[in-house]
Each structure stands twice: as structure tokens, then as C-alpha cells.
Design a protein around this ligand. Structure first.
Ligand code: ADP
Ligand code: MG
Length: 258
């Protein structure tokens, strides 16, 4: 099987007038099914652009992006839209919930769009919403929700069609710490349980304790990749850098243990 996602020397240049900026500047990486990866880096380093390229929402200036062996960059627009709907679930910072539909209806809408609206998938929708802590809000309208609740509905919506590739841009941006950990842990579980591949953009390094690998971007390029438990623990909290065993940190299991 090819990796779920493979990017090969991807460049994205934004032009305005006579100036241009390489927001993504020669990025190559692969993500296997069952892997949950954090994309980290300073503001402006190209994380959102990279995620939008992988989601097929932007076209690269050059390079290739392959998902399950199929090249997004050579697909016709209509083909890419259909492929995205079947294979990719994404949440971006602007959540775009439908204002006059309830929480449950916003998620059901995605099932209807994919002709998957049936008892089994509705039960799955409810399960995901409950796991994301929204049990009390199932019949609320978006305007009745907090920013963090809206974000969690958007995450549920991105997962409901069981995509092979799950993409989330700053999924914890408007959540308090406890809720942020819960959401990232749930995302990690939903990726691992179903052997999906996931990428989460985050600037909150504490969240990397739930991922298998970290890709760090600087100035549009991959600065480094971290996979070892020790490195992830150190990144999550520099106080861990004395190579303390994970169980001493109160973490049940090493996230990169197979
Ligand atoms: P990050 O998500 O890491 O903060 P972005 O991908 O949003 O980074 O941005 C990377 C670079 O590309 C930044 O210099 C940003 O100003 C620039 N950029 C992002 N979007 C656009 C756009 N639509 N037009 C022009 N420049 C952009
Ligand atoms: Mg961003």
C-alpha cells in the first residue's frame, strides 16, 4: 500500500503585484495510515498553506501531492472535489457551520451530501458528538454555542464520513486547556482506532504528547521531524528533558509505542 499521504517537493508561491512569497518552499513528507502527526512552527511558517494544499483546496505552484496513490495535483477540479469528499475530512479555523441548523443537523448534513444518511451513520454521528463533549448541545443552534463548542462541532462534521485523511488547523485554538487535551486525545483515538492518517496544525506544543510524530516548519520548509517518545515529551514540556520515563509523567502509554 502507498502511504496515505505523500508530498514531494511542494512549492506554493503567493504573488501580489511584483512581489511574491514562497509560503511553502520545497516540502516532502509521507504519512502512513494509523499515524497522527502534528505540524508545528511559528506563525507565518506555512502550516495553513500546507494543510490547504494537502486538502486539495489550493493547488501547488510545483511538486506533487499523492493521497492513497492518487495524485491530487493532476486531477480535474470536479474530480478533486469528489475525491476530497470521499477521502478527506478537514476543519479549518473558520468553521462555517450552517447557522439555521442544529448541532446534530450540521453533522447530518455531511451524511446527506454523501448519501450516507441512515440509522447506522446517525448513531455514529451521535457517538462522535458525545465523545467530543457535546451531548448537552445536540439541539443547539450555532449562535447558542461558545467558540470552542462550534470548533468541536466542526471536528465532528469533518470525521463523520470516515475519511482516510483527517486534517485539522489549530483545532484547540479557542478551547481551554482541559478541553483542548480532551479534543486532541479524541482526535488521536479516532485516527488510531480506524487506522486513518491525521495531521493537526498546532502552536500549542503541550498537545504533541498525543501524536506519533511532529513535523516542524520554519519559513516554508521542514526544519525537523521528531518521532522518539523522549523528543515528543521534551517538546510537550521542556521540564521533561531529563529523560524521565513516561509513566513517571503520569502518561499511561507512550504514544509512539506500537
Ligand atoms: P501559518 O499557518 O504557519 O501561520 P500561512 O500558511 O498562513 O502560515 O502563511 C505562510 C506565508 O504565506 C505568510 O508569509 C503569509 O503572510 C503568506 N500568505 C498566506 N496566505 C496568503 C495569501 N492568500 N496571499 C498572500 N500571502 C499569503
Ligand atoms: Mg495558520
Amino acid at each position: 500500500m502507498p502511504p496515505t499521504l505523500e508530498t514531494n517537493n511542494v512549492i506554493k508561491t503567493y504573488r501580489s503585484g511584483s512581489s511574491s512569497v514562497n509560503a511553502v518552499d520545497g516540502v516532502s513528507f509521507g504519512i502512513q495510515s494509523g499515524e497522527f502527526v502534528a505540524l508545528v512552527g511559528p506563525s507565518g511558517s506555512g502550516k495553513t498553506t500546507m494543510l490547504a494544499l494537502v486538502a486539495g483546496l489550493l493547488s501547488p505552484t510545483s511538486g506533487n501531492i499523492t493521497i492513497r496513490g492518487q495524485d491530487l495535483t493532476t486531477m480535474k477540479d470536479r474530480e478533486r472535489v469528489a475525491f476530497r469528499r470521499r477521502n478527506i475530512g478537514f476543519t479549518f479555523q473558520a468553521n462555517n457551520l450552517v447557522p439555521y441548523l442544529t448541532v446534530t443537523e450540521n453533522v447530518d448534513l455531511m451524511l446527506r451530501l454523501n448519501n450516507e444518511f441512515n440509522a447506522e451513520s446517525r448513531a455514529r454521528a451521535r457517538d462522535i458528538l458525545v465523545r467530543l463533549g457535546l451531548e448537552e448541545r445536540l439541539n443547539a443552534l450555532p449562535r447558542q454555542l461558545s467558540g470552542g463548542q462550534k470548533q468541536r462541532v466542526a471536528i465532528a462534521r469533518s470525521l463523520i464520513n470516515q475519511p482516510r485523511l483527517v486534517l485539522a488547523d489549530e483545532p484547540t485554538a479557542s478551547l481551554d486547556t482541559e478541553r483542548a487535551f480532551q479534543v486532541v486525545q479524541t482526535l488521536a483515538e479516532l485516527v488510531h482506532e480506524e487506522n486513518r492518517a491525521g495531521i493537526m496544525v498546532t502552536h500549542d506544543l503541550r498537545m504533541v504528547q498525543h501524536v506519533d510524530r511532529v513535523i516542524q516548519m520554519v519559513d516554508g520548509q521542514v526544519e525537523k521531524e521528531l518521532t522518539s517518545c523522549e523528543d515528543l515529551a521534551c517538546l510537550a514540556d521542556p521540564a521533561n528533558c531529563a529523560r524521565i520515563p513516561r509513566d513517571a509523567l503520569g502518561l499511561e502509554e507512550c504514544p509512539c509505542a506500537q
